[in-house]
Design a protein around this ligand. Sequence first.
Ligand SMILES: CCCCCCCCCCCCCCC[C@@H](O)[C@@H](N)CO
Length: 190
Amino acid sequence: MVEVNLMGTFHLIKAALPAMKQRGKETGLPASIAIMSSQAGQVGVYGYTAYSATKFGLRGLAEALQQEVIMDNIHVTLIFPPDTETPGLAQELKIRPEITNAIAASSGGMKADDVAQKALNGIKSAQFVVPCNFEGTMLSIATAGLSPQRSYLMAFNEVLGASLMRFVGLCFQWNWFSTIEKWHAKKKCK
Ligand SMILES: CCCCCCCCCCCCCCC[C@@H](O)[C@@H](N)CO
């Protein structure tokens, strides 16, 4: 998983960058690098230990990369979808633990076309972080950290919403840990 999700992204970007920089010099046009993370790259999720690690890793990659390529007029966009209706998810659901299903349900699911549309809009407006649904927007405010932010309005929302989203995030965590406890208690009784 690390090889595909993290190193695969790293090697692809490394291979494409020289030509992107050259094209930028010749045309003076901006360019974009879009990286597909996941909401499981903003919060650790039961059952996704390896997956979450790779998706969190992409954030570090994207933040450092954005600083390295900004002077080449290249914008990095990091997309954070929830569960997305794809053939891959259909396979995953056959074996996904009950607890993972319960936690992932906190953010619902989306159609692939809707995620693609959000991603495209985010890339066009050179957003660094692209949340895909309402829960994703809350998650992005809660996990804004030291990410770049090009929109003054979103920066304002992040500063204002930080403590409230921390509180909401803690409520979600309490709920998830109690689901885990109940599930284990039920298993012990059997
Ligand atoms: C501060 C408010 C928090 C708001 C709720 C957050 C809910 C987060 C739920 C995360 C679920 C992640 C599921 C993504 C999984 C996919 O990437 C995966 N199915 C791909 O295989």
